[in-house]
Write a protein that binds this ligand. Sequence first.
Ligand SMILES: [Zn+2]
Length: 168
Amino acid sequence: MVIEDNKVVYVHYTLNESTAEGQLIESTKGAEPLVFIFGVGMMIPDFEANLKGLQPGDTFAFGIPAANAYGEYDETILTEVPKSMFEDEGKIPEGLLEIGNSLPLQDQDGNRFQGMVAEVGLDKVKLDFNHPMAGLDLFFTGHIESIRDAEPEELAHGHVHGAGGHMH
Ligand SMILES: [Zn+2]
């Protein structure tokens, strides 16, 4: 069996910045493999393009430039908001507005999103809405653990069921 559309793929990978020797971003080493349905838009398209046709046991090593991964870093989407936005009964919870913290936010339509604290001023705080991996060139190494057919129910839901997926 090879990797193609509608197969469930179990893959162990290590993600570094720019090259295989670059700064470690994340790895499934010593943990459960990543599991996903191939070809249903769950993954970065370039990631899937590099795995297509591989078989269990095959290894891979490839880079994806930032623009094709999580996008270039965009300075213009840093936004200043009043600190008072985060007050709870007139007080800002201790430790909330620290640089690097991810804050759960909501827009007028009730959509939830995250903003990272980039700068804290006297009465304003600057939030960064870039994806945490924006601006990073990615480099993946790893191997294919196993492949199976997706169940019709998994395809209908658009996600994997069982170990490493949804439990329902
Ligand atoms: Zn489901």
